[in-house]
Structure formats: C-alpha cells, structure tokens
Design a protein around this ligand. Structure first.
Ligand SMILES: CC(C)(COP(=O)(O)OP(=O)(O)OC[C@H]1O[C@@H](n2cnc3c(N)ncnc32)[C@H](O)[C@@H]1OP(=O)(O)O)[C@@H](O)C(=O)NCCC(=O)NCCS
Length: 173
C-alpha cells in the first residue's frame, strides 16, 4: 500500500532520485516542489517509517517541460504520464513497483483516463525497467533521442480500458 506524498517526504524522495539519477532526470528541492504541485498522483511506499519507493505522475494539461511528457501531450488527449518511479535498491524486485502501478491503474480507471504512459532508457539501456514495464502490459508507441543523442528512450503506453492486461486482471480481483 502507498500513501500520498507530502513535503515532509521530499528529502527521502530526493535521495531516491539521486541514487538512480542515471536513469531519471536530476531533481532538486525547488524542482520537486514544482513537480509535486503539478502532479495528479504522487505517492510513496513506506516500510517501518522509511520511504522505500515513490511514483510521480501527471495528467494532460500540466505545466511540465520534459520532452517525454511533451511527446505524449502532443499525441494523447487524455493520459496519465509516469514521470518517475523509483524503488530503493534493497527493496527492489519484491513487488513495491507493481503495487504503485496497480494503485495508479485503479485511479486511472476511476477517472476514465484511457492511457498510462511512461518511457524508459534504451541507450544506455535500463533492462530492469524494460522488463518491469513489459510485464505490466506496456508496449512501445514511439522513441526519441535526447541530450544531443546521448540518450535514447522508448515511449510506452498501457491501455487502461483493455480488459486483458495484467493490471486489469488485478483490478477485477
Ligand atoms: C524498475 C523498478 C521501478 C521496478 O520496481 P520493483 O519493485 O523492483 O519491481 P517489482 O518487484 O514490482 O516487479 C518485479 C519485476 O520487475 C522487473 N525487475 C525488477 N528488478 C529487476 C532487475 N534488477 N533486473 C531485471 N528485472 C527486474 C522484472 O520484470 C521483475 O519481474 P520478473 O523477474 O518476474 O520478470 C525498480 O527496480 C527501480 O526503482 N529501479 C531503479 C529506478 C528505475 O529504473 N526506475 C524506472 C525508470 S524508467
């Protein structure tokens, strides 16, 4: 289970972001506060008082300058874009990331949002994220090169309406 993130969680969120900044984009306290204010969904998982994971997502219409967010905003009228999802190293591969996505999927259905979107790095590769997102039912809908060709990303979307994806099966109970 997760809960809404609050400003008191920001130091822990910044530390998680910093630990995996190579596969994310950099974040400082001021930028995190701005993203938090724009976010449609910002949740943390907590284990014995320690924040072990977070997920930050935006709906269409957010004031957000990320080229990946802009890519989806230009093509999808209604979507929930996962800007970042991070699970602490010692808590990975135990289902925390899946729980965060499951709750996001329930929220997307509730709000009749047809697509959950995100991206992961192809170059340099992030195979754990690629496998994680494929397992949840995401598929590639595009790609782009960033930072003057230093990074290539796979743009991914999950059909929220389809009844035959792994997350839909979980929703159905
Ligand atoms: C990617 C990430 C969010 C997944 O969360 P998680 O809690 O570790 O994943 P879960 O336990 O819910 O799901 C497990 C699945 O994720 C994938 N996965 C997680 N860690 C993995 C690893 N080290 N290597 C390969 N696959 C991995 C696998 O598909 C695994 O299931 P499978 O082994 O049955 O195929 C997490 O590993 C993470 O925070 N990584 C660092 C930051 C990051 O890459 N964020 C995403 C940026 S796009």
């Amino acid at each position: 289970m997760s809960r809404d993130a609050t400003p008191a969680d920001f130091p822990a969120i910044l530390a998680l972001n910093e630990a995996f900044v190579a596969v994310l984009s950099p974040l400082d306290a001021a930028r995190l506060a701005r993203l938090h204010a724009q976010a449609a969904w910002h949740r943390v998982a907590e284990v014995e008082g320690r924040v072990t994971a977070f997920l930050l997502a935006f709906r269409e219409g957010a004031d957000y300058d990320s080229p990946n967010y802009r890519w989806f905003a230009q093509r999808y009228p209604r979507f929930l874009y996962v800007d970042r999802v991070v699970v602490a190293g010692d808590a990975q591969a135990r289902g925390a990331g899946t729980v965060l996505y499951r709750e996001l999927h329930v929220q997307a259905r509730r709000d009749a949002v047809p697509w959950i979107t995100c991206e992961f790095d192809l170059e340099p590769p992030n195979p754990a994220s690629a496998r994680f997102h494929a397992r949840l039912g995401f598929g590639e809908v595009g790609g782009q090169s960033l930072h003057g060709g230093k990074k290539t990303v796979s743009l991914q979307a999950l059909d929220v309406v389809a009844g035959d994806t792994p997350l839909a099966a979980v929703d159905a109970g």
